[in-house]
Design a protein around this ligand. Structure first.
Ligand SMILES: [Zn+2]
Length: 146
């Protein structure tokens, strides 16, 4: 996917406004929308659209009018994610790291030879799952690992 990068700057060269098709002269303010592709599909490319600043707003409003406002449904995963605070995200990150290191240690045990150690690790994993639950939900894959 190309990632657009939007900047407002002075036109250096004459350009054509993508919205009204009129010319943007050197020295005028313009909005440049620069699309670039990292090249992970083997192809590196980029291109640029130019707009008069007011035309940039017009095309934005035009888009919004064609795509009317609909409120989010507040049970969706994405919305829950967006509501997390910085601190919750940090805590979740730390717990995730501890959880994965427990999974790693358990898989390093030779098969069935140390059931007590394995059990202890699983208790710790269960504790982390409970902590994660309080911080807004447990990733599905975690429960499968127990
Ligand atoms: Zn224009």
């Amino acid at each position: 996917m190309p990632i657009p990068n939007v900047t407002m700057r002075w036109a250096q060269n004459q350009a054509t406004c993508k919205w009204c098709k009129a010319l943007i002269e050197p020295g005028q303010a313009m909005v440049a929308v620069f699309f670039w592709n990292r090249g992970n599909d083997g192809k590196r490319w980029n291109y640029q659209y130019c707009f008069h600043p007011e035309c940039w707003l017009k095309q934005g409003y035009d888009y919004l009018e064609r795509n009317p406002y609909t409120p989010y449904i507040h049970s969706g995963r994405q919305v829950v994610k967006a509501r997390r605070t910085e601190e919750e995200r940090r805590q979740r990150y730390l717990i995730t790291r501890r959880f994965h290191s427990l999974v790693q240690r358990r898989s390093n045990l030779s098969n069935g030879s140390k059931p007590l150690i394995s059990l202890r690790l699983e208790c710790q994993m269960a504790d982390l799952i409970l902590e994660m639950q309080k911080l807004g939900g447990v990733p599905k894959k975690w429960v499968e690992k127990l």
